[in-house]
Design a binder for this molecule. Structure first.
Ligand code: G6P
Length: 625
């Protein structure tokens, strides 16, 4: 949702912070700010808009100092404005300044704000974060770590924070509950960030904090009064908010710089679409034993009995992950012959769900931080369900809250519009369904045949991607139209929904996805001369019915964009444009049929002149409900 970067050490902070913000910009980009503890005190600069605006504001000689914090924001409380941008600051009784950057949400901020206002604080913003800054300043009595611990004992909600003060010019305090935070340990310095993308340029060693933990990171001259440098000392300690010492292991950060660089691509979205063959190879590594017809999911070992015995699967997710979950529902019915239902996590968590015995909740999420999905998982587990994560980001909140899980391993996804993670989610759900099915109804031969096809997916995806130019050249004839329909049946209606979502997200074209048959129950009224209607129509059990739907649209003047099977000559006679996918069994079709729709959305957005990687109003990860 928002991005945090902070550093303390022996290098100038401002350039490091700005560079880190650029790497985090995909998490939020409506305002940004930086605070550096400089010789003459704490210097804060904030601006509305992209990080580049902040960068120009700082100019070539930005604040000098080696301790600082920075933030790129996606507004929740209060409009995007300079006052509401982070860092927020407040004055201590001793006349020092405390500055803070924060991800998450302080739920009881109104009560705290009232209390602090009565104690004399003048608030300049509408944010919950400024209240936390004021509370820390209010409690400051010569020890920043203690003040942070004390303040965090008073707050309800979620936070990842980094705090500095000019009273302690070599100390950075950070803490987390619910929102992610990683502490990178570099040579003579520490770099803290809300995700590893901003750290790996500096170090691949780091520690993570658990909920309610605080880290005090100090880096400065051994002689704290020395003005000409001298020997340097770095030290950190970790505690709970109740000041109990805790030990955190230093571990290798699972990311390399190349994964988060654009390379030859103009946009992350295109890079991530194009790297899907490799992403799927990595996702599959070690997981399929084609010869024995066996799926190997290490993260679920120890839970096979529960999974096989489960009477009901619940899938909870939001956004693109929800559409992957809908496909999961079909896969579990079809391949594992078990009752399954996918719901929006935001609805599930509040509808007082009845959870029968032997239920399994699959929480599907790229980031592992989506607030509603995390809460739905908690609700289901509270009521006795086994919680399984289908998550991309290793060590994320959802991954930590599950009983077991399977990581997607598709690599970091930076583009706000999710692409390769969708493919990873659908693939993992396919493997889970086959894993259970094999132990119930599916023969070794049947599973072996599926796994054989799955093993060929990377190469088949490459074939679909070769049509990128064809998609690009087809787009101009439709791109000026502001209303599109996306239709499919069976496994391909969630794909149609995902195709419509992709187009909406980045090209701002209004698009609706639905089961093809549903069109006749209302949406057909929208079809007029030239309206683009996308049919996800590979050959399969409902192919003839989809063709009838295509005819209904054509009869009303709609123009047809079809995703069809390679070698299907018929579809060409019905459609204005056809994109092709290799012939695979129906349960595997979504893994291919979604790709032309990703390309369609991408090229449409580029041709409409939009910033594909930073679509308006969207954030990569929604950590508030
Ligand atoms: C946001 C993103 C979507 C994503 C959804 C769920 O809305 O913009 O791309 O699908 O959150 O995110 P998750 O990380 O849980 O998959």
């Amino acid at each position: 949702m928002c991005g945090i970067i902070a550093c303390v050490g022996n290098k100038p902070a401002a350039p490091m912070l700005v560079e880190g913000l650029k790497r985090l910009e995909y998490r939020g980009y409506d305002s940004a700010g930086v605070a550096v503890v400089a010789d003459q005190g704490l210097e804060i600069a904030r601006s509305v808009g992209r990080v580049s605006v902040l960068e120009s504001l700082l100019g070539d000689d930005g604040p000098q100092g080696t301790l600082g914090i920075a933030h790129t924001r996606w507004a929740t409380h209060g409009v995007p404005s300079e006052e509401n941008a982070h860092p927020h600051s407040a004055m201590t009784k001793s006349g020092h300044t405390v500055a803070l950057v924060h991800n998450g949400i302080i739920e009881n901020y109104q009560t705290l704000r009232k209390y602090l206002a009565e104690s004399g604080y003048d608030f300049t913003s509408q944010t919950d974060t400024e209240v936390l800054a004021a509370l820390i300043a209010h409690l400051y009595d010569g020890d920043l770590e203690k003040a942070v611990q004390g303040a965090l004992r008073e707050v309800n909600g979620a936070y990842a924070i980094a705090v500095v003060s000019d009273a302690e010019p070599h100390t950075l305090i950070c803490a987390r509950k619910g929102s992610p935070l990683i502490i990178g340990i570099a040579d003579q310095s520490y770099v803290v960030a809300s995700d590893a993308a901003a750290i790996v340029a500096h170090t691949t060693q780091g520690i993570t904090l658990d909920d309610y933990q605080v880290a005090r990171l100090c880096a400065g001259p051994v002689d704290r009064h020395s003005t000409d440098g001298g020997p340097w000392s770095v030290e950190f300690r970790t505690t709970t908010i109740d000041n109990q010492r805790v030990t955190r292991d230093i571990r290798q950060l699972d990311l390399d710089l190349q994964q988060i660089e654009l390379g030859v691509y103009p946009h992350y979205m295109l890079k991530e679409i194009m790297e899907q063959p490799e992403a799927i190879r990595t996702c599959l590594r070690g997981r399929i034993d084609e010869r024995d017809g066996r799926v190997v999911l290490g993260g679920l070992s120890g839970y096979t009995r529960e999974l096989v015995r489960a009477k009901r699967f619940l899938l909870a997710a939001q956004g693109t992950a929800y559409y992957a979950g809908l496909i999961g529902e079909y896969l579990l019915h079809d391949l594992a012959k078990v009752s399954a239902r996918c719901e929006y996590a935001s609805e599930f968590r509040y509808r007082n769900p009845t959870i029968e015995d032997d239920s399994v909740m699959l929480a599907v999420s790229q980031s592992g931080e989506t607030a509603d999905t995390l809460a739905a998982l908690g609700e289901a587990r509270e009521r006795g369900a086994l919680g399984i994560g289908v998550v991309n980001v290793v060590g994320s909140s959802i991954a930590s809250e599950t009983d077991a899980g399977v990581y997607l391993h598709v690599g970091p996804e930076i583009g706000v519009a999710s692409t390769k993670a969708f493919l990873g989610q659908v693939l993992i759900l396919t493997l889970i369904a086959l894993h259970i099915g094999r132990r119930k109804y599916l023969s070794q031969e049947t599973v072996a045949e599926y796994l054989h096809q799955i093993g060929r997916l990377p190469e088949m995806i490459e074939r679909v991607l070769e049509q990128s130019d064809h998609v690009r050249q087809s787009v101009p004839q439709f791109v000026e139209r502001d209303n599109w329909l996306f239709l499919g049946r069976g496994y391909n209606w969630p794909v149609a929904m995902e195709g419509a979502l992709k187009l909406k997200e980045i090209s701002y074209i209004h698009a609706e996805g639905m089961p093809a048959a549903e069109m006749k129950h209302g949406p057909i009224a929208l079809i007029d001369e030239g309206m683009p209607v996308v049919f996800v129509a590979p050959q399969g059990s409902q192919y003839d019915k989809v063709i009838s739907n295509i005819e209904e649209v054509r009869a009303r003047g709609g123009r047809i964009i079809a995703v069809g099977t390679e070698g299907d000559e018929d579809i060409g006679s019905y459609a204005d444009v056809v994109f092709r996918i290799p012939d695979v069994p129906e349960p595997l079709q979504p893994l291919l049929s979604v790709i032309p729709l990703q390309l369609l959305a991408y090229h449409a957005a580029v041709q409409r002149g939009h910033d594909v990687d930073k679509p308006r109003n969207l954030a990569k990860s929604v950590t508030v409900e």
